[in-house]
Design a binder for this molecule. Structure first.
Ligand code: C5P
Length: 305
């Protein structure tokens, strides 16, 4: 086994959050996952992952809600470092520091972003020579949303969300995000989806051609008309209070509102930065959320800082 990197070296990677502009969910598969047509869009809220050689694998975190993330081996960023190290016969002796800005447990892929960031940072620190395909394979092993965190931009995710096809985006889209009190467990939301759809024929998930055309044209009004999240009824069933947040944003002039992924963060598509300020102020005044964030999309994937 070789030693883990040059003493004194430090690598920092910046990774974006995501919103699912379409999340079409099929029936549960025998392995428990659900087949998806998952249209990911990376948004400009970022976590920064810094890795430094150390005498053992160690995780630290700072920033927004940093006290809510695990600092042991269950952190996806630690698992990313371990998986890469094991494949290349390297001791995973690295200090992974996470500077968090993406809401935790919010349906914006913050944990996945940290995993993709740690993977790219360790790969650079250790000069493993891994191909992009190998990194994407490790990402898929870590979680369904992790490959997209590496790639960024916009992409259609098939399978359980890990099989990506990049999508063209013709312009900037502006968003406001309302961060809810507490988090929602992704398996619990999928479980509620299964409960709500029990006894019904769940159609095979398909990407909506009108939504893909709206993305390609950079047409916010058309995208607003096509936003869709099949997990939203399940998230609202577990968190009925989110309906008031969605209403507060649409009443304030958002083009459209939806739950982000499995929630409980809610996302508001707006026309421009002025509308974003207006919707953000109304959401804050409504008292229906814990924090409000503004971001533009698309954003690049995991990038060396
Ligand atoms: O892949 P990831 O670890 O992010 O998935 C977390 C959980 O979300 C899974 O254990 C599963 O319960 C649910 N899930 C699913 N279908 C997907 C993706 C996730 O049922 N396509």
């Amino acid at each position: 086994m070789r030693a883990s990197g040059t003493s004194g070296a430090t690598v920092t990677v910046r990774v974006p959050a995501k919103v699912n502009v379409q999340l079409a969910v099929g029936a549960a598969r025998p392995d428990g996952f659900h087949d998806l047509a998952n249209v990911f869009l990376a948004v400009g809220l970022y976590d920064e992952i810094t890795v430094t050689p150390s005498d053992a694998l160690r995780i630290t975190a700072e920033g927004h809600d940093a006290d809510q993330i695990p600092l042991d081996g269950t952190n996806l960023a630690a698992r990313a470092a371990e998986l890469l190290a094991a494949r290349h016969d390297i001791a995973p002796h690295v200090h992974v520091h996470i500077a968090k800005d993406i809401p935790v447990a919010g349906g914006m892929a913050g944990g996945s972003a940290d995993a993709a960031g740690a993977l790219l940072a360790c790969d650079t620190l250790w000069s493993t020579g891994a191909t992009r395909e190998e990194l994407l394979e490790i990402c898929a092993e870590l979680g369904s949303d992790v490959p997209f965190s590496l790639v960024g931009g916009a992409a259609l995710g098939r399978g359980r969300g890990e099989l990506l096809t990049p999508l063209p985006v013709g312009g900037a889209f502006h968003w406001v995000f309302a961060v809810a009190e507490g988090g929602l467990s992704t398996p619990a939301v999928y479980g509620e989806f299964d409960r709500l759809t029990e006894g019904t024929a769940v159609p095979a998930p398909q990407a909506d051609p009108a939504l893909l055309a709206a993305l390609e044209a950079g047409d916010a009004a058309a995208l607003a008309g096509a936003l869709a999240n099949d997990l939203q009824p399940a998230a609202l069933s577990l968190r009925p209070d989110l309906s008031a947040t969605l209403a507060a944003g649409t009443d304030a002039g958002a083009l459209a509102a939806l739950v982000s992924g499995s929630g409980p963060t809610t996302a508001f598509l707006v026309k421009d930065h002025q509308a974003a300020q207006q919707v953000a102020a109304a959401l804050t005044a409504s008292g229906t959320c814990r924090d409000v964030r503004l971001a533009d999309s698309p954003a690049p994937g995991a990038t060396l800082a």
